[in-house]
Structures are given as C-alpha cells and as structure tokens.
Design a binder for this molecule. Structure first.
Ligand code: ATP
Ligand code: MG
Length: 224
C-alpha cells in the first residue's frame, strides 16, 4: 500500500482583507507519496512559493487542511512546535538562497544540526563536496556566485536528513549541466526514501520526476 506523506485538502489562501484581498489558492488538492520526487510547475505569481510556505509552516492558510505524516499541521498554533517540526522533519530551499551572510558556507550548512545540538560539520562538508562547492566551504556567502550559494542552500536543507525536502526554484541560477545534476540527485535521494517537492520553471525537470503538478487558476492539476 502506498505511504502518503503529504495530503492537501481544500487548501485556500487569501492574502489581505476586505476589498484588498487576493485569493491565490482556492480549495487546492494534492497527495504526495513518500519517496517520490514531485515537481511543481506554474506561471510566475500563480502561488507556488505560497504553497511551499504553507506546507513548510512558514505561513498559515485561510482554510483547508495540510496532513503531514497523517497529522493536520495547520492545527499546530505554537510557534515553538511549528519550528521544531520544521527542523526535525523538513528541509527548505528558499527561492533566494537565504544563507546567513555572517557565517561561512560550512557554518550555514551545519547550522540546522547545531540547532538540534549536533555537530554536523563533517556531514556538512560532505554535502558541500557532493554539490561541487566543497572547496569553498570556508568562504562567506557574499564572496560566492548565485549558483554556488544555491548549491550550498540545497546542502543546508539536507543537513538534518529531512523526511520532506521543499525546494523553491533551487536551480534558477545554475547552468544546464548543474541543473540536470540536481534533478538527478533529487531523483536518487527520492529512491532512498526522501520525498522531494520542487518548484521550478524548467519543464525539463519533469523528465526526472515521479509526478508533476501544475498550479494554475488557484488549482493544482496532475500533469504527470
Ligand atoms: N505576503 C503577501 N501578501 C500579499 N500578497 C502576496 C504575498 N506573497 C505573495 N503575494 C502575491 O500572491 C501571488 C502568488 O505569489 P507567489 O510568490 O506564491 O507566486 P509564485 O508562483 O511563487 O511566483 P514566482 O514563480 O514568480 O516565484 C502573487 O500575486 C503575489 O504578488
Ligand atoms: Mg515563487
């Protein structure tokens, strides 16, 4: 039997209030099985980042349910419990790398481990090596290219061995070869049990994915 890790039911997100409001998601549905590499496509402004932020507990929906490992996480109100769940179970790659400027690449990648009281420097270095930026681990983010930072951000999201990786356009700054490598890496990680939900504008990513959803007109449609 398939093991569902994430189930989104009738998810609605309306930004703002009164006449100024903007409905981005209108009773959207999504089911993700564990160990799958799922790609999320959709036009700019369609609500892809909004959806990832809701799943990653960085924002709260207007209505609907997000069942993560069987539990409705929209019901968790305590900020401490929300960040605990995020730290222990999820990895997040932000659309704009989100690295802390005052720390080196290695420190940035090891940070989620440190927040759980673990010294993950070795693992952090290994992840940076795998992503081809190992030799830059002692550099500060400001001294790196956009693509190098993006690869470090992927390493950071993987540091705590999450169950679910939420990646928001993680390859936007990478060249075609690096992009393809990241897609292949995600497909391989999914085979080992990680669930990956990746937002991208690159339709080529669909070739590597187990499932593809398109977000358009406030709804999610399965397109592969
Ligand atoms: N905090 C906010 N308050 C009000 N409106 C917002 C907020 N964040 C996003 N929006 C609006 O919601 C819509 C969806 O934004 P979102 O960032 O989710 O789109 P996206 O699909 O990720 O786009 P892109 O591909 O350009 O990254 C946009 O019209 C945006 O202007
Ligand atoms: Mg976005």
């Amino acid at each position: 039997m398939a093991d569902t890790i994430l189930e989104i039911k009738d998810l609605t997100k309306i930004y703002g209030q009164g006449d100024e409001n903007l409905c981005v998601l209108d009773r959207a549905q999504l089911t993700v099985e564990r160990g799958r590499f799922v790609v999320l496509l959709g036009p700019s402004g369609s609500g892809k980042s909004t959806l990832l932020n809701l799943i990653g507990l960085l924002d709260t929906p207007t209505d609907g349910q997000i069942l993560f490992e069987g539990k409705d996480i929209t019901k968790i109100k305590s900020e401490r419990k929300r960040s605990q769940l995020r730290l222990n179970k999820m990895g997040f790659v932000f659309q704009f790398d989100g690295l802390l400027p005052e720390f080196s690449l290695l420190e940035n990648v090891a940070m989620p481990g440190l927040m759980r009281g673990k010294d993950e420097k070795k693992r952090a270095q290994k992840l940076l090596d795998q992503l081809g930026v190992g030799s830059m681990s002692h550099k500060m983010p400001a001294d790196l290219s956009g693509g190098e930072k993006q690869r470090a951000a992927i390493a950071r999201a993987l540091c705590n061995k999450p169950d679910l990786l939420l990646a928001d356009e993680p390859t936007g700054n990478l060249d075609a070869a690096r992009k393809e490598q990241v897609f292949k890496d995600f497909a391989a990680l999914a085979k080992e049990g990680l669930t990956v939900l990746m937002v991208t504008h690159d339709v080529h990513a669909a070739d590597f994915a187990d499932a593809v959803y398109t977000l358009e007109n406030k709804q999610l449609t399965k397109t592969k």
